[in-house]
Design a binder for this molecule. Structure first.
Ligand code: GTP
Length: 397
């Protein structure tokens, strides 16, 4: 008996299936925008305040138990007065920041809460000059306004250190709490920071799946942002690389891991990544970038008061979404798959299947290549409008 996947707007598609299997799958998960509308209606009805109120648990003996206060006025005040998009509503707060050593150098992981969803979105800030003990950087430090704000009158130095509101290095001997930062940034000759908006991909980033290029892209973004910056004023002068990866918890282009796993099975029976989403009752892409924009503003990146940004992406939607949010994107830089750039036979391992190299797609790993990935990349270009030269991949066939 034929198996029919029904979707509200699409004609049904038939594949073959045994009669002993369960009834056809119909996704009960509405597209993201509809879900958010529903959530807003419930909030309005129940008059739930749009502040973020989570308790701060004790982690240090000297830190007192406190409720998290409402968003600091500095963050709210940084929002433009006239807004047409969601930016007037969404507020973010950096709850904690810490140093993470990586194969590409030191990064600062920032964990954010927001007033739109209950996910913990992240910012990976690459600005090692802040960590350096000996240099006075000529570039403005990339810091979170909400993290550096004073959260309450009785906030102690220990509270601030615990949540990462410190400057320089944190050591057993050195603990220098940060101060609230000035909104304005003096203009500099330093090139605008590199920024990537990255969407969560458990399969690609955690278990090294080569169905997609997500793991490699995350690694490549951190690597690129960490590269020293050559200053135009002098051919030899460089400063440490600086920028940020905004890591959004929008697994599977916003459809969630369950649906993405089902979509992979649809891909194995012959559909591409776009059709698979649609057959499950989703849109090809259900992501939003309003939270990313709010986080960037909080970091002083792309906002009126901050620096403009250079965005690492092949996806024109991301550039448009940020510009619609009022952010200043000076330039788009492509994310060309490593295997496309490194086409010689010797560059592809002969020992591993499909040219896979050890550590591929993990942070600090090598390049990914394979039949599934090839299909995925092609579909992104041909059906999702991603800007990549397909001629490069064709030369590899
Ligand atoms: N639904 C679905 N999501 C996928 C699939 N493969 C990867 N993803 C998700 O796709 C997201 C990444 O989006 P991509 O379309 O690869 O790239 P992008 O972020 O739009 O564009 P770039 O900035 O150029 O990388 C992550 O959330 C992944 O979990 C798939 O086959 N189906």
């Amino acid at each position: 008996m034929p198996f029919t996947y029904r979707t509200p707007n699409e004609p049904s598609v038939r594949t073959t299936r045994s009669t002993t299997q369960p009834p056809p799958y119909v996704s009960k998960q509405a597209p993201r925008r509809l879900r958010l509308q529903d959530q807003e209606r419930v909030e309005e009805k129940e008059n739930i305040p749009q502040s973020i109120g989570m308790p701060t648990e004790i982690l240090l003996p000297s830190v007192s138990r406190k409720r998290e206060p409402p968003l600091p006025s500095s963050t709210t005040a940084s929002l433009p007065r006239e807004t047409t998009s969601s930016e007037s509503r969404i507020q973010v707060r950096c709850m904690a920041r810490t140093r993470i050593p990586t194969p590409h150098g030191t990064v600062f992981l920032h964990l954010y809460h927001n007033t739109l969803d209950n996910k913990e979105h992240l910012a990976i800030v690459i600005d090692p000059a802040q960590y350096s003990t000996n240099s006075q950087s000529i570039a403005p430090p990339i810091r979170s306004r909400s993290l550096d704000a004073i959260w309450s009158d009785d906030e102690t130095q220990e509270d601030r250190i615990l949540r990462g509101a410190y400057v320089g290095r944190l050591t057993p001997e050195t603990r220098i709490p940060s101060r609230p930062i000035d909104q304005s940034r003096p203009p500099t000759d330093v090139p605008p920071p590199l920024v990537r908006i990255h969407s969560e991909c458990f399969t690609g980033e955690t278990i090294g799946s080569m169905r997609c290029d997500c793991g490699e892209q995350l690694d490549e973004a951190i690597r690129l942002i960490s590269q020293p910056i050559h200053l135009s004023t002098s051919s030899s002068a460089t400063i440490p690389g600086r920028g940020a990866v905004i890591y959004l918890r929008q697994e599977g282009r916003g459809i969630g891991l369950l649906s993405k796993i089902q979509a992979y099975n649809l891909q194995d029976v012959g559909h591409d990544t776009v059709t698979a989403n649609i057959l499950l009752g989703h849109k090809a892409d259900e992501r939003g970038y309003d939270i990313a924009a709010a986080i960037l503003r909080d970091l002083g990146l792309g906002s009126e008061q901050g620096e403009s940004i250079r965005l690492l992406t092949n996806n024109p939607d991301k550039v448009m979404a940020l510009e619609k949010e009022g952010l200043r994107v000076l330039e788009r830089l492509p994310m060309v798959p490593r295997s496309w750039r490194c086409q010689s036979e010797s560059a592809l391992s002969s020992s591993a299947p499909e040219g896979r190299k050890a550590g591929v797609s993990m942070i600090g790993g090598d390049m990914a290549w394979g039949v599934d990935l090839n299909k995925y990349l092609r579909t992104k270009v041909l059906r999702m409008g991603h800007i990549l030269p397909l001629s490069m991949i064709d030369e590899m066939q």
